[in-house]
Design a protein around this ligand. Structure first.
Ligand code: KG4
Ligand code: ZN
Length: 340
């Protein structure tokens, strides 16, 4: 018998709902982005995000059911992101999912947003060969994770300051490119020379799987200030390309180091920054030299969406891992540790 799950995601600035059958068959994947609302502030304003989620959530859920061609009575479970993320934003999705679970008397499944990002890969490869090293790179996280099976995670390293996506967004802002900066830097870099500006790469202690991006970000800011003081306008495409190259070099080097340390043949990319074209290209190229395989989701499944939450939820459904109706939003929920 097949399993139909409605999943909801409201952890940041996308209001999203999806319907998946058996965790792989995506019947609907609706994403209503608030990017235009937040753009004028240069970043996500938490209070505004919560209000927007409230306005949109019922419409987005209705649209997902309509597109899937089902009604509420066809659902076997409802899943929702309950952390990490913005507390007010998470609460909107959690409240909606709890109401549906209570009203229909079906199981409620609480999903970790980061586990969702990782699981986007299982939508393209449902039976990967474990163990896997996964680089989770988003606006809030830069994590290296050892995955030994569905739902089994060990955090190997994380950023000590800025997340990779945060660094992309901040550098885009100082370059005057707009928000969100990652895709804009990626685009502009294509016409720049990535050797034009010499920028630092931070590796921390030898063998460390932790990251640090604040030095790189500061180096870009200092370079732009010096250029301005000299009255010589910096070539934005060259700066963007040099920054992207420096960030990607460190991300690829450390991911391959982790794969060597843990003798894994498969590498996965996850999170919004996994949509970066140079990161995908370099990871595949460098991993192939060590006979390692690289998986990554299509760009739409790298950034926030509810299909990835539905895929994670399906594996929890199979394990009977359900949340109580007292489920709360947990803004700093760590990967691999459910707190119902
Ligand atoms: O996973 P995500 O959608 O939301 C979070 O969970 O944070 O990631 C958003 C981040 C933003 O910082 C955005 O600038 C970055 O992912 N991003 C990119 C690209 N597309 C999105 N960064 C670099 N290159 C891209 N193509
Ligand atoms: Zn995310």
């Amino acid at each position: 018998m097949s399993v139909t799950i409605l999943s909801v995601e409201t952890s940041c600035d996308e209001t999203a709902a999806a319907v998946l059958v058996d965790g792989i068959n995506v019947k609907a994947n609706i994403i209503s982005s608030q990017v235009d609302v937040h753009r004028k502030f240069g970043g996500v304003v938490p209070e505004v995000a919560s209000r927007k989620h409230l306005e949109l959530i019922n419409h987005v859920i209705r649209e997902a059911l309509d597109e899937a061609g089902i009604d509420f009575n066809s659902l076997d479970a409802v899943a929702v992101t309950y952390g990490p993320g913005l507390v007010g934003a998470l609460l909107v999705g959690v409240a909606a999912a709890k109401a549906i679970a209570f009203g229909l008397d079906i199981p409620l499944i609480g999903v970790n947003h980061l586990e969702g990002h990782v699981s986007a890969n299982f939508l393209i490869e449902p039976e990967p060969a474990f163990p896997i090293i996964c680089l989770v790179v988003s606006g809030g996280h830069t994590d290296l994770v050892l995955i030994s099976g569905f739902g089994q995670y060990e955090l190997l390293g994380a950023t000590r300051d800025d997340a990779a996506g945060e660094a992309f967004d901040k550098v885009a802002r100082v370059l005057g490119l707009g928000y969100p900066g990652g895709p804009l830097i990626d685009e502009l870099s294509a016409s720049g020379d990535d050797t034009a500006v010499s920028l630092p790469r931070s590796y921390l202690a030898e063998g460390s799987l932790d990251f640090s991006f604040s030095g790189l970000k500061t180096a870009v800011i200092n370079y732009l200030h010096r250029a301005e003081q000299k009255g010589l306008p910096a070539n934005k495409a060259d700066v963007a390309a040099s920054f992207r190259r420096a960030a990607v070099d460190v991300l690829v080097d450390k991911t391959l180091l982790a794969a060597r340390q843990h003798q894994t043949d498969t590498i996965m990319l996850a999170g919004g920054v996994a949509a970066n074209r140079l990161l995908r290209q370099e990871m595949v190229f460098r991993a192939a030299r060590e006979s390692k395989q690289v998986l990554y989701p299509p760009p739409l499944l790298c950034t926030d969406n509810a299909a990835m939450i539905g895929c994670t939820a399906y594996h929890k459904y199979l394990r009977g891992d359900f949340a109580p109706l007292t489920l709360n939003a947990i803004p700093n929920l760590p990967l691999g540790l459910d707190r119902y």
